[in-house]
Design a protein around this ligand. Structure first.
Ligand code: SF4
Length: 473
């Protein structure tokens, strides 16, 4: 039995010290938050990519990169929260509000199963009309009909609202959450997706996630899942009002709580259930149709003259998450969107910072197929899902959808052998031979990136309260 021992930080080294980075690649040293921030802000992009790629190859080898065939099912768009980056939610009673019937859900899973899919990613808004029994029956029915399909469902904010809606017994949030989660797990829930991570720093989170759970609550839900032996993922949505230090603080919290899981429930405890984070996926905010997206970009005319060069998010951000909104008068009122370079840099830092997370996922859904492909050389080992359906991000304007042949070709053209994986990152099919999905295609004209299926029209009503995101919280 291997006892998990986290690598040690060496804060005396400069972030760009090649000796330090070589030790990080070997898993013998851990980046401090200051060093992570130094890399994010000062390293040359190609250098950062090379170190992240080297670390990825040390963990995953040099030959195979993976993808999963799953279906993203958004079972309801009714939500009690009002996240200002979200173009998906509807209020109760809205003409566009929906909750899928069981039969509709089963039809989607049937279609997934028919193309060799292995899992569903099922998330929704936080809908107070749905009872615990609705969820339990749904899970039992799915498992009875599709025992081979892995159910990856209900992100931490949904669990926090389950606690609120169902009023389970328990003295603490963790106790109440465990009560609900145990029942959902028994009914068929297999693992928990990392949705709703956004940015953990309170100053940012309270601005963009109106009505959504705190970072501590989010991390607590995942810790409960880990204590029950469940695998989870972690996410970060950046490129809005946050500072660079907020991204590193977010990664640091994930790393700390992963240590806690691995020491408490993993190899460190011989009889422990072994639950932990298996993956980290980050992507830039998509602005279309969202209240947050209507903020001015930094710098707006006159900003620099009035406030100086520093971006408000950077003026507020602290590596320990202690920044407060009153540190800059324009905090939360100006966007700094992340393009391809910032995305690749941030992902590369996540690979180097998160030495205890196995998989770093590329985000081609938001960045497009070819940036997603390049991401395989910036620390990502996994191309995520062949996306049959996605409704939340696509409501904010993202339109990429790839089939299996294209995804395999992207991986192969990046210099790797594509392989279909399952939720545990075991290889299900290695596509090395002549009958691989990309190698049997002779006419690629039918295999281009396609527009994602959008369950509901993406129009959103923006009310005046939403538009004051920068001023009201
Ligand atoms: S992001 Fe999720 S929690 Fe926030 S409003 Fe949209 S559906 Fe609700």
């Amino acid at each position: 039995m291997t006892i998990y021992t986290p690598p040690q930080e060496h804060p005396e080294h400069d972030a760009l010290d090649a000796g330090l980075l070589a030790a990080v690649v070997r898993g013998e040293a851990r980046l401090s938050p200051e060093q992570g921030l130094g890399l994010l802000t000062n390293a040359q992009t190609n250098t950062l990519g090379r170190w992240a790629d080297a670390r990825c190859r040390a963990v995953h080898g040099a030959s195979v990169r993976t993808y999963v065939i799953d279906r993203n099912i958004n079972y309801t768009n009714v939500c009690t929260a009002r996240c200002t980056f979200c173009a998906f939610y509807r209020r109760q009673g809205d003409p566009e509000a929906y909750t899928l019937e069981y039969e509709q859900l089963f039809e989607k899973i049937e279609a997934l199963s028919a193309i060799g899919g292995t899992q569903i990613l099922m998330q929704g808004g936080m809908n107070p009309d749905l009872s615990l029994d609705w969820y339990l029956t749904l899970l039992r029915e799915i498992k009875a009909r599709y025992p081979h399909i892995h159910v990856h469902a209900f992100s931490p904010p949904e669990f926090i609202e389950f606690v609120s809606f169902f009023d389970p017994p328990g003295a603490t949030l963790a106790d109440k959450c465990r009560w609900v989660m145990v029942r959902l797990k028994e009914a068929g829930l297999d693992s928990i997706p990392g949705g709703g991570g956004e940015v953990f720093a309170p100053a940012v989170r309270t601005k963009i996630g109106l009505g959504k759970c705190s970072a501590e609550a989010w991390l607590t839900v995942m810790n409960v899942a880990h204590s029950l032996g469940m695998f989870t993922s972690a996410t970060m949505m950046f490129g809005h009002i946050e500072g660079h230090a907020d991204r590193v603080h977010h990664m640091r919290l994930v790393r700390d709580w992963q240590d806690r899981a691995l020491l408490g429930f993993g190899e460190g405890t011989p009889d422990g259930p072994g639950g932990h984070y298996t993956a980290f996926i980050s992507w830039p905010f998509q602005r279309e149709n969202t209240p947050l997206g209507r903020l001015k970009e930094w710098p707006a005319p006159g900003d620099v003259e009035q406030y100086g060069e520093a971006y408000p998010g950077d003026a507020v951000a602290r590596l320990d998450g202690s920044g407060t909104k009153n540190l800059h008068p324009e905090f939360g009122r100006r966007l700094r969107l992340a393009g391809a370079t910032q995305y690749l840099r941030t992902q590369a830092v996540s690979r180097l910072m998160l030495d205890n997370i196995y998989s770093i996922g590329s985000s081609w859904v938001t960045m497009g197929p070819h940036i997603g492909q390049i991401a395989l050389h910036f620390g990502a080992n996994d191309m995520g899902s062949v996306m049959m359906e996605e409704n939340v991000v696509s409501s904010a304007g993202t339109t990429y959808c790839l089939d299996e042949a294209v995804l395999c070709r992207l991986i192969r053209d990046a210099g790797f052998t594509p392989a279909q994986r399952n939720n545990r990152y075991d290889v299900v099919r290695l596509h090395a031979g002549a009958t691989s999905p990309d190698r049997v295609v002779s006419d690629w004209s039918d295999h281009r990136a396609k527009r994602l299926h959008v369950e509901q029209a993406p129009a959103i009503v923006v009310n005046s309260a939403d538009l004051t995101v920068g001023a009201t919280t």
